[in-house]
Structures are given as structure tokens and as C-alpha cells.
Design a protein around this ligand. Sequence first.
Ligand code: THG
Length: 372
Amino acid sequence: MAFSLGIGSNIRKSPYFDATVADGVQSFSVYNHMYLPAHFGDPQGEYERLLNGVAMWDVGAQRQVELLGPDAAQLAQYICARDISDTAVGQGRYVPICNHDGILINDPVLLKLSAEQFWLSIADSDIELWASAIAAERGLEVRVSEPDVSPLAVQGPKAAALIAQLFGDWIHELKYFWFRETSLQDIPLVLARSGWSKQGGFELYLRDAVYGRQLWDLVREAGHTYDIGPGAPNDVERLESGLLSYGADARAQTFPANPFEVGLGKLVDLDGPDDFIGKQALLKIRADGVKRRLSGFFVQGDPVAGSEHPAPILQNGVEVGSIGEMAYSSRLRKNIAIGIISNDISDFADNLVISINNATHAVTTTALPFIR
Ligand code: THG
């Protein structure tokens, strides 16, 4: 490219920033107004490490929104389109957040630290503004703020062995999305079994940014025996596994979708007693019938490098959907993509095309995930 991207002090650095630079980060994107490492110069090696060994990555940009106070649970339930009433202290939940029109505006992981303390570990949109405005407008007794908390992901089939070596064998008992408040050589942490890959792993929520470099180096050194290496949220693996990427697959302001249209319908509880933002709209959407669905796609042709999204999907010149993100999967030896398509188009329909960089590619729909 003939230009560089100038980024100023309005983009925040994560506490792991210096460590990732020292480890040779080659590319950043911007997520939640923060630098997010994209790769370290060896995308295929980083992908293989995630699939076969263990990778670590800086997800400080998965920023936390803390709800603290007597009405924290009430606020959490009112903004989440999922019944969270039976969530235990120490349990995490994947929760869709909708606006009043039933449009998805974020899909965070909710962590219940106590009856009066919750974190929303957010995807790429400004939920602190949203939650604090709602709390104030409703006169709730809850403080909404961003705590000094920065997740570090450790993912891959060897992640559990490494995390057990660092924290002890109790980590094997942690169930998916559950967490424990703990420490590592006096570095305060929340350790969770979670992460944005289907290869298994953990997230270390660092609770004091001062220790960013130290925590990175501790994990890096302990991981030597497992051939750990730095990586990033891996788009190829997430496409194969069918994980949702809010911002790539849907975004309220630019390509809005409701939770039913992005595969999160099973998480939305419309029949319970609790009111939540978007419930009335979602009831109507359900009654009227959902018109689109999240789908996988194979994109014919040579390996694609990706494209600006969303890319419209055409059938006989008529737009019937759009692809959010695509990549070449070396495991499937195909270009794969995730997008949203009209329910008028049947599964395995094959007379569809997209246009990338002025070239037309045939696409076929396929069920998600690509790889289980
Ligand atoms: N971890 C943490 N925070 C995050 C993410 C994360 N914030 C941003 C982003 N990722 C939020 N989005 C997701 C999307 C999918 C999942 C987690 C967070 C996920 N989904 C599983 C699936 O779809 O198969 C499990 C869903 C379920 O069982 O409910 O893990 O990764 N801290």
C-alpha cells in the first residue's frame, strides 16, 4: 500500500503493547479505540500453533465495563437479551445486547464477580456509554465504569497444560466460561476458561496494567516447553469454527442484524418474566418471522486475501445477502466466508456470486461451523 495509517493518542495502548512490539508484532487493527495486534509476520505459523500447540495473544481491547452496586444485577438483566438470573458467582455467560429495535449492538462475555459486581467483556462498540446512560435514566443505584482490567488469551490444545503449570491442577476443574479470582507471583488476576477460538484455552484478566510486561513474559517463558508463540484473534480459525465477530458479521450502524439473524436466537429469552431492552421489538420480529440467517460460504477461485466488507451476494443480479469476512482455509483448501443471507435462498444454493476487487467469484452456501 502506498500509505500508512497515522494513529494518535486517541487510540489507547494495551498494557501488553510494549511486550508485543518486543515480540515482533507486524500489524495492528483498531478495536474499541485500542490497538489490537493482528499478526506477527507468520499468519500460517500462528494458525498452526493455535491448532496444534499453544498461542498467546493480547486482547486488552476486549475492554471491561463494570457494573457495581445494589442494582448491578438489575441493570445487567435489563441490558442483556438473555436470561442471566441463574448465573452463579464465578460464572461467565455469552450475552447478546440489543438496542430498542432489537438490533444487536454487542455480544460480550458477562462475568458475575459477586451479587453486586459484574463485568461485561465487550466486543467492538461503546457499551460503557450505553450502560451508564441507561443506569442514570432509570435512577439505578449502580456505578458503571471501566476497571483496570486487560485480558490476555492463552489458546490451543496445550493451553491447559501450561495454565496448570502456572496456576495448579485446580484449573482442570474450571468449566467453560467459569472463572476464579487468583494471582500469579502477586499479579492480581481473574483466570477464566474462555477465549475467542474453538481450540480450548484460558483468558487471564490482568487487574493492574502496571504488570502487563511482567505477565506477558511469565507466560511466554513458562510456555517455552510447549513452543508457545505470540498470535492474535485468529480470523481463519474463527471462520472455520463459526464464531461470531461483531463488527465483521454485523454492526448496528452499518449492517444491522438482530440476534436471530446471526445465530444467537437460542440465547434470547423472550418467554421469561424479565423485561430487557429490545424485548418488544424481538417479540414482533419473531412473530413476523425471521427473514435472514447467518451462513457459511465457499468462495470459488484462487486463495483470496479478503476484501473490504460487507461484500454483496448476488443471485441473477439481485442482492440476496452479504459476506462479512472471508479467508483461505488451508485445512479445507478452500476460501471460506461467513455472511448473512435471505431465507428465500435454500441451503446449498449454488447460483450465487460475489464481486471482489472487480473479479466475480461463484459462492455456495454451507452450514456452520465449517469444522467442528
Ligand atoms: N473473550 C472475552 N471477551 C470478549 C471475547 C472473548 N469480548 C469480545 C468478543 N470476544 C465477544 N464475542 C464472543 C463471541 C463468541 C464467544 C465469546 C465471545 C464464544 N462463543 C462460543 C460459540 O459460539 O461456540 C460459545 C457460546 C456459548 O456457549 O454460549 O465463545 O472471546 N473475555
